[in-house]
Each structure stands twice: as structure tokens, then as C-alpha cells.
Design a protein. Structure first.
Ligand SMILES: Nc1ncnc2c1ncn2[C@@H]1O[C@H](COP(=O)(O)OP(=O)(O)O)[C@@H](O)[C@H]1O
Ligand SMILES: [Mg+2]
Lengths: 283, 258
């Protein structure tokens, strides 16, 4: 009887502690949402999307250069990260050389857990120093390096979700292995791979550190891959640490837009995942 | 016209584990041959040796010779992809390609293997295959709809039509009705009778009544104490079910084990 009561007490205590921890986890998230939506939403206007930054000391202006730069960097990063990520994901899903595959998985996970500034340093050493200048492609390379592990693992998992019986049906028809993959299995996994791509992009869209000494930032629009380009997170960092009240408001607006982009990417990814599981379930 | 399928000393391994040992039997064209035996005795494994599907499993290996028509599919230099293209296979669970319409499922083989991409020829081939699978009238007005929207029995007949569209000499079916309800099963059984007019039909079933109903010949397999499957007895279906020679066959068909 005594032991039962003691157990109940421990139980209450444990549940209470767990609940407290959940609150502590939700609280900052809620605070962040409230702040970004409140401060950012009120600071946002149409000029933000259509104008370049105002000259220092003047108010108004926008972040067109940084929106363009972020888009451009994502495009370049995708050119590096998506082919590597998708192809290595396909390879891992089909590999029968378990030791090699596990080694690849291990290194992919290491890269995934690497602090993003390390990717920046690597791109700086391998691209910026040899070419002698900051550039969009060095930023793209740094982001691509950060992007591919997410894509690799998600692609592998999605392909493994396609039932073996589908692959066997394709092989039994007399399709070579590559055709079974390209024409039957990949289309069946398409939603999941798009999801992987979205998550990969979301992973890098908000990165600041690796861009500090690669893409560098640029107050003007720039479409040349060898020029420095702006990026939303870079500008937010610069404005938020400046003394000007106006620039603080711009930084909030930038944070809001960046946040919205990432939420939208994640939502698309989530919706596609739901559709994929629904389809595989009936297939 | 079907092709004769003859197994000579066929053994199959999964890694180091021997699954079937020294199978010898000849399956005749334009007949239905049933492979029966308790679960795990190697029926599926043997069936997959016929079209070289066994080896798509990692570390799986086959020994012996398998003649399909006048070709030994295990002789040097034979392309397994070609062997599979010339042999239709239908699996236990209906497995239509999930992203494809009914039409595209049936057209997938000829289209992707480059057999024909001509629209008119494909249309004709799809219709002919669906007719042979006794499905044409049920789906002819909804060819563009996804194949996964059909009932289980219809999906299985789509899979049969998909295999027939490659115009194979041999059709292999691995318990094609075990995931279906009795009425859908009955339709597939009826279909077997039509199919044998043009093909060599080899069907795995663990349903003895089904074998008795549809097969001209029946092979009984059993795994001994070492868990390696072997051919115990092979004869015309009537003999197997009325006057089997082997005591183990008799025990199995009278329901004493399995
Ligand atoms: N993919 C596989 N890997 C390893 N062993 C397998 C595999 N498939 C089947 N086996 C083994 O081979 C034996 C024969 O299996 P199978 O041919 O599927 O029998 P059946 O179709 O008669 O039920 C069984 O012992 C089974 O465990
Ligand atoms: Mg089986």
C-alpha cells in the first residue's frame, strides 16, 4: 500500500515535470512567432518587395536586392545540392554493398550536423581564395554543401517506401534496372522527392554564417554569378545590429518574409508527404 | 503457341541457405501446370527461377539449367532482361504501377522496352491484352483512370493483361488469387482455361481444390527435415489427386499435414 502511494507520487511528479518542459519548449516558439508576426507584419509594405535599400540615413526603401539574391543563391545551391543529393539517395536506396552504403550514410549525417559556418569556410578556401573575390557561386557552393544531406536521406527513405512488389513487377516485365528506377519507381516516389527538395531548400534559405565571406552581400541587384550578391539573412543581421530605428523595422520585415518562405516550404513538403503516404497506402 | 519449360537439376540459394534442391520437371505448352505444397517449400522460389527473377534478390543464386523453348536461360551470355521480357509473371498481391492509368499500365512493357511506341499498334495491343485478360468490357470506357482505383480482382487482371502485352510464351502466376475474394478468384480461374490456348501456364497455389479444378498437371513439392524444398511427385492432376504414388503426396492431399 505504501509502495503504491509512493509510486503514484513519483508518477505525478514525473508527469508534472514533463508538462513543464513542454511549456518551456513552446514558450520561446510562441514568443518568436508573436514577435516576428507583430513586429515584422507591421513593418512590411509593398516597397519592401519593389525597392532597393534607401541610402544610409534616409527612411523607406526595401530589400529587393536581397530577395533576388536569396532566390539566386537558392538556385545556385540547388544546382550543386539537388543532383548530388537525389543521385546519392537513389544509390543508397538500391545499394547492396551494406558496408559502403553505411559509410556514406555516416558521412552524410556528419555533414548534416556540421555547423554551417564550416561549410562557409570550405567554400571560402576552395572558391573565394582561388578566384580572388566574393561571388554568388561561392555562396551557392556553401549552401549546396549544406543542402545535399537532407535531400540524400529523404530521397533514400522515400524510394524505400515504394513497395518491392512494384519494382519486381517492373523487372518481371523485362525492364532493365535503370528503367524500372527512372520510369516506375521514381515517379511513384515523386511527391516524396519534391518534399526532400523543399526541405533541403528550407534548410539553407535562412543560413547567414556561410554567406558572410562567400556571397558577402550587395546593395544592388546582381545577376552575374561571379559578383557578390545580397541575401535576406545577411541584411537582417546587418540592419538588426545597426543603431537606426528605421533599419530595425526593416530587419523585422525581412525576418517576417524569410520566416514566411520557410513556413511555406515546410507546408508544401508536409502536404506532399500526406498525399504520398495516402497513395502508397492504397497502392 | 506456348513454349515447353524444362527444369534440369535446378537448385536455388538465398545467400548460403539452400532453398530448393535438384528440381527436374518438364512443363508442357498449352497446359496448366500447378505447383502445390505447404507454405515455405519453395514453390515461389522455383517459379522465379524460370524467368531469372530469383537473382534480383541480393545474394540469391541458381544452379542447374532451365530450358524455355530451345533456350537454356542460364547459359552464358543470356541477358536476364530478355528472358523476363519473354515470360509473363503475375504476383500474389495485385501490383499495378501506382502512378499510371489502366491504359498506361498495360502499355508499359511494350512502350518502355521499345517493342512498339506506335499509337495505333499500342491501342490494338492494349485492347487485345485486356480482352485476353477478360477485362476489356469492364474498363474500356475508363482506360485513362488510375489502375489503383479498380477492385482487387480487376487489378489482378490488369496485371495479367500487362504481362500478356509483352506477348510472352510462358505465363507464371504466383498464388494469383490468394489475396482475392471467391468471386474474383473464380474469374481468374476461368481465365486460366482460356490462357492455356496460347501460352504455357504455370501457377503456384496452396489451394488444392484450385489445382484440382484448373490444372492439367500438378507438381507436389515438400521441404524435408533440412528445410530444403524438393519435388516429390509430378503427374497429371487426376493421378495426383486420386492415386498418388508417394505416401507424402497422399498425406498432403488428404489434409493430414500442411
Ligand atoms: N528473400 C528471401 N530471403 C531469404 N530466404 C527466403 C527469401 N524468400 C524465401 N526464402 C526462404 O526460402 C524458402 C522457400 O520459400 P518460398 O519459395 O517463398 O516458399 P513458398 O512459395 O512455397 O511458400 C523458405 O524457407 C523461405 O524462408
Ligand atoms: Mg510463395
Amino acid at each position: 500500500m505504501r509502495r503504491y502511494r509512493a509510486r503514484k507520487l513519483v508518477n505525478y511528479f514525473g508527469s508534472g515535470l514533463a508538462l513543464l518542459c513542454v511549456m518551456l519548449a513552446i514558450l520561446p516558439l510562441g514568443a518568436m512567432l508573436a514577435y516576428v508576426l507583430g513586429q515584422g507584419g507591421t513593418s512590411l509594405n509593398l516597397n519592401f518587395f519593389t525597392h532597393l535599400p534607401a541610402p544610409y540615413g534616409e527612411s523607406g526603401g526595401g530589400m529587393l536586392n536581397d530577395i533576388e539574391g536569396t532566390g539566386y543563391l537558392i538556385l545556385l545551391a540547388s544546382c550543386v545540392g539537388l543532383p548530388i543529393g537525389i543521385l546519392s539517395g537513389i544509390y543508397l536506396s538500391r545499394s547492396t554493398n551494406y558496408r559502403f552504403a553505411n559509410t556514406v550514410r555516416f558521412f552524410t549525417d556528419v555533414v548534416a550536423g556540421t555547423p554551417s559556418i564550416v561549410a562557409g569556410v570550405v567554400a571560402y578556401a576552395l572558391v573565394v581564395i582561388p578566384t580572388g573575390h566574393f561571388s554568388a557561386y561561392s555562396g551557392g557552393a556553401a549552401l549546396g554543401l549544406l543542402m545535399f544531406p537532407t535531400v540524400t536521406r529523404a530521397t533514400e527513405e522515400t524510394i524505400k517506401l515504394v513497395p518491392t512488389s512494384i519494382r519486381e513487377a517492373a523487372l518481371a516485365l523485362g525492364l532493365p534496372e535503370w528503367q524500372a528506377m527512372a520510369r516506375i519507381i521514381l515517379p511513384a516516389a515523386a511527391n516524396g522527392i519534391v518534399t526532400a527538395v523543399m526541405l533541403g531548400i528550407a534548410r539553407v534559405a535562412g543560413e547567414t554564417a556561410p554567406l558572410l565571406f562567400t556571397a558577402f552581400g550587395n546593395p544592388n541587384l546582381s545577376f552575374a554569378p561571379s559578383n557578390a550578391v545580397g541575401a535576406l539573412p545577411l541584411e537582417i543581421w546587418k540592419y538588426a545590429t545597426s543603431p537606426s530605428e528605421d533599419l530595425h523595422r526593416q530587419a523585422w520585415a525581412g525576418a517576417f518574409v524569410l520566416f514566411a518562405i520557410i513556413v511555406i516550404l515546410n507546408l508544401i513538403a508536409r502536404l506532399l508527404t500526406l498525399r504520398l503516404t495516402a497513395r502508397v497506402g492504397t497502392g | 503457341m506456348g513454349a515447353t519449360v524444362r527444369a534440369e537439376d535446378i537448385s536455388a540459394w538465398y545467400g548460403k541457405k539452400l532453398a530448393i534442391r535438384d528440381m527436374n520437371l518438364e512443363m508442357k505448352p498449352n497446359k496448366v501446370t500447378a505447383l502445390i505444397g505447404p507454405s515455405g517449400c519453395g514453390k515461389s522460389t522455383f517459379l522465379r527461377c524460370i524467368n531469372r527473377m530469383h537473382e534480383v534478390i541480393p545474394a540469391a543464386r541458381v544452379g542447374g539449367d532451365m530450358w524455355v523453348g530451345d533456350q537454356n536461360v542460364y547459359s552464358r551470355g543470356v541477358d536476364p532482361v530478355k528472358v523476363r521480357a519473354q515470360t509473363g509473371m503475375v504476383f500474389q498481391r495485385p501490383n499495378p504501377f501506382p502512378t499510371m492509368s489502366i491504359y498506361d499500365n498495360v502499355a508499359a512493357g511494350p512502350r518502355l522496352s521499345g517493342k512498339t511506341r506506335n499509337k495505333k499498334e499500342l491501342d490494338a495491343l492494349v485492347e487485345r491484352s485486356l480482352r485476353r485478360a477478360a477485362l476489356w468490357h469492364e474498363v474500356k470506357d475508363r482506360l485513362k483512370e488510375p489502375a489503383t482505383g479498380l477492385s482487387g480482382g480487376q487489378q489482378q487482371r490488369i496485371c495479367i493483361a500487362r504481362a500478356l502485352a509483352m506477348e510472352p510464351g510462358v505465363v507464371l502466376l504466383d498464388e494469383p488469387t490468394s489475396a482475392l475474394d471467391p468471386i474474383a478468384s473464380y474469374k481468374i480461374e476461368e481465365l486460366m482455361n482460356d490462357l492455356k490456348e496460347e501460352y504455357t501456364v504455370i501457377i503456384v497455389t496452396h489451394n488444392m481444390q484450385q489445382a484440382a479444378r484448373i490444372a492439367d498437371f500438378t507438381a507436389f513439392m515438400l521441404a524435408g527435415e533440412d528445410f530444403v524444398g524438393e519435388l516429390i511427385e509430378y503427374a497429371d492432376t487426376k493421378t495426383i489427386f486420386s492415386t498418388p504414388k508417394d505416401k507424402r503426396t497422399e498425406d498432403y492431399i488428404t489434409g493430414r499435414f500442411g
